[in-house]
Design a binder for this molecule. Structure first.
Ligand code: NAD
Ligand code: SAH
Length: 415
């Protein structure tokens, strides 16, 4: 085992409890672990992971190790590491490079340490590891057989690499599997974003105006749960079809500048940048609460907030108050980083059970098939996608019908 860089090994006890708790609630991944222990599909494979280092990710790392892999791991965000979980992983014999609250520079140092394992497979969340091995760490390309990507923004980056012809190995788009984005992005983000906001602010949502920027899979989930909490939901979009869907789902849709005047909560989920800027901050109410759940901390444009403020102060843990010259305070949660992970535990275990089952099975698929794949972005094979949803239904005790031969024939005939 190689050395690790973590906060404090003595924190391991509560980390172990957290991992044990999620394991009890991740039955699909548990059954994959049982099979991996027997079959050792990842024997002799080295895997570098950068995903939010909390308990569910820790359990994924343990499952890959149980399958025979040597694993090194870091977080995909400087604020989402849980130091007790990192300690528990080191205690279990894993190489971990991750500390909560580090600077951007240290964050990249840790990613580089993860890569020092000279991986065969990369499991990335957002594309930072992939970017490093295609730029400053190109020597590692000799060894890499493939990788997989967890989130929408990472896929956007991979698509532009593929288009420019610079992608150097096959990548699997875990994000685009049906049993990922329909559940993780929608219901996972829907619940965990509100969990993060509510535990950070301890304020009521019912009766408030909630502005959701971006009505993609994540935005839908957040808007749906906001309605369930009794909020008046307003959606902002740039895509006419998504905007129409939001209208038909029963939400108000308007320009972001108009929404800025009436919103109490503003939540960004676009994967884009400069969604709320000085153009909006100048109209916002005193006490407005801003949270981002999209990939980077650029959706709520902090340079404008800083420039406009006469004072910047901590209002409460994880809430920064920007005091405007007229006395209004605009509150930013978790420094504008993903609120559900920087200010909470991220998606629930039952959701990550599916996303990480897809990751584990994609790693197995790469170990077996990478040599037959091109330097392209691939979807998760449909058999794996179906297998994960079937296993989940089985765990829930839900049974569904099967096509009869007669029905198959009917569906296959064009006459
Ligand atoms: P998506 O592509 O389905 O949705 C993004 C939406 O934002 C699109 O409908 C797009 O039209 C809209 N948009 C783009 N620019 C806009 C603008 N200027 N104003 C308003 N709307 C705009 O993507 P998604 O799967 O919903 O993911 C959104 C972001 O959230 C990504 O960055 C993704 O990586 C991240 N993500 C976060 C979590 C989490 O746990 N917080 C989970 C999954 C994905
Ligand atoms: N590098 C990015 C990461 C994007 S986060 C950043 O700047 O933070 C979006 C991804 O986080 C989602 O696709 C989701 O699958 C994942 N996620 C959500 N909750 C999680 C959890 N509890 N543990 C690990 N990953 C989680």
């Amino acid at each position: 085992m190689r050395g690790s860089v973590i906060k404090n090994i003595n924190l391991y006890k509560s980390g172990e409890q957290k991992i044990e708790w999620v394991k009890r609630n991740m039955p699909v991944l548990r059954s994959i672990e049982e099979r991996f222990i027997k079959e050792q599909p990842l024997k002799n494979k080295k895997i570098a992971i950068a995903i939010h280092l909390e308990a569910k990710t820790a359990y994924l790392a343990k499952v890959l190790k149980a399958g025979g892999a040597e694993v090194s791991i870091s977080s995909s965000n400087p604020l989402s590491t849980q130091d007790d979980v990192a300690a528990a992983l080191v205690k279990s014999g894993m190489s971990v490079y991750s500390i909560h609250g580090i600077s951007e520079k240290e964050y990249f140092e840790h990613l580089n340490m993860v890569l020092d394992i000279k991986p065969d497979i990369i499991i990335d969340d957002g594309g930072d590891l992939i970017q490093l091995v295609h730029t400053s760490r190109r020597k590692l390309l000799e060894n890499i057989i493939g990788g997989s990507e967890e989130t929408t923004t990472g896929i956007v980056r991979l698509k532009s690499m593929e288009k420019e012809g610079v992608l150097e190995f096959p990548m699997i788009s875990v994000n685009d599997a049906y049993s990922k984005y329909l559940f993780d992005n929608r219901y996972g983000t829907g619940q965990s974003v509100w969990d993060g906001i509510m535990r950070t602010t301890n304020l009521i949502v019912a009766g408030k105006n909630v502005v959701v920027a971006g009505y993609g899979w994540c935005g839908r989930g957040v808007a749906l749960k906001a309605r369930g909490l009794g909020a008046n939901v307003i959606v902002t979009e740039i895509d006419p079809i998504k905007a129409m869907e939001a209208v038909m789902d029963g939400f108000r849709v308007m320009k972001s500048v108009e929404a800025a005047k009436i919103g109490d909560y503003f939540i960004t989920l676009t994967g884009n940048f400069k969604i709320f800027t000085s153009e909006h901050f100048k109209y916002m109410k005193d006490g407005a609460i801003l949270a981002n759940a999209g990939h980077f901390d650029v959706e709520i444009w902090k340079p404008d907030l800083e420039e406009m403020s006469v004072e910047i102060k901590e209002m409460r843990k994880n809430i920064t108050g920007y005091v405007m010259p007229d006395g209004r305070v605009i509150n930013l949660l978790a420094e504008g980083r993903l609120v559900n992970l920087a200010s909470g535990d991220g998606h629930p275990a039952e959701i990550m059970d599916m996303s990480f089952a897809l990751q584990a099975l994609s790693a197995e698929y790469l170990a077996q098939k990478a040599k037959d794949l091109d330097k392209k972005l691939y979807n998760v094979p449909m058999e794996i996608d179906f297998e994960v949803s079937k296993m989940k239904l089985m765990e829930w005790g839900v049974e569904i019908d099967e096509l009869t031969d007669e029905q198959k024939k009917y569906l296959d005939s064009w006459q």
